[in-house]
Design a protein around this ligand. Structure first.
Ligand code: CA
Length: 220
């Protein structure tokens, strides 16, 4: 899943960016409100992490911009402990939740998963499809009950497909979700990942729609 991190504090941004990459997220880090507005206009994100005190445009303005365009992306506000009015203003402007600085990375990651899950209309954290089951919390993947070891990018790709069964994702859709700015993308990286996932999960697990992309079945 691709994340837009909007944070002007270099140390906090750095720390969050590392934690997100460790948790297999692709991260685009922007450091001011104008840059945030530009990126959200050109790129689809799975979630936005939004600091409120930002140069150029503050976080609330960024949030209003997002919601004024009917963009339903989950937005999690990152804010200081004392700023009660900011938190209320943020939620009223269309944020889905907030975390208070300073926070533990584990809490941030858990809140991100919860917000994404709620927005996706699913109360259960596990994604299942046929014999495949994927747990976004523990990162455990099983096939017919047996545990399967996946690389971080294989996991992200499988998750992207399982979130929307029946939807065809093109190579560029998948690259968008798997890679952030500055990540090097080999031209056939997605095909390699699909090939490897099929070896591990069975060749029928992921369907190829010739010339268009890949999908998992919508299920019974
Ligand atoms: Ca700030």
């Amino acid at each position: 899943m691709r994340v837009m991190l909007v944070e002007d504090d270099a140390m906090i941004g750095e720390a969050i960016g590392h934690a997100l990459k460790d948790a297999s997220y692709a991260v685009d880090w922007v450091r001011d409100g104008s840059a945030a507005v530009t990126s959200i206009g050109t790129q689809d994100y799975g979630i936005v992490l939004l600091d409120l005190g930002l140069p150029k445009k503050d976080g609330i303005e960024v949030l209003r911009y997002i919601r004024a365009r009917d963009n339903p992306v989950p937005v999690l506000i990152i804010t200081a402990r004392d700023a009660l009015e900011d938190r209320i203003g943020g939620l009223d402007a269309g944020a889905d939740d907030y975390v208070l600085k300073p926070f533990e990375m584990g809490e941030l990651l858990a809140r991100m998963r919860a917000v994404v899950r709620r927005k996706g209309g699913s109360a259960s954290p596990k994604l299942t499809n046929g014999a495949i089951s994927l747990d976004p919390v523990t990162h455990e993947v099983t096939h017919a009950g047996a545990s399967v070891h996946l690389s971080a990018r294989e996991f992200s790709l499988l998750e992207a497909l399982l979130v929307r069964p029946g939807a065809i994702l093109s190579r560029s859709d998948l690259e968008d979700r798997l890679y952030g700015w500055g990540d090097e993308v080999e031209s056939n990286a997605v095909e390699f990942l699909i090939h490897s996932l099929r070896k591990k999960l069975g060749s029928s697990a992921i369907k190829n729609v010739r010339g268009v992309g890949w999908m998992v079945s919508k299920g019974e």
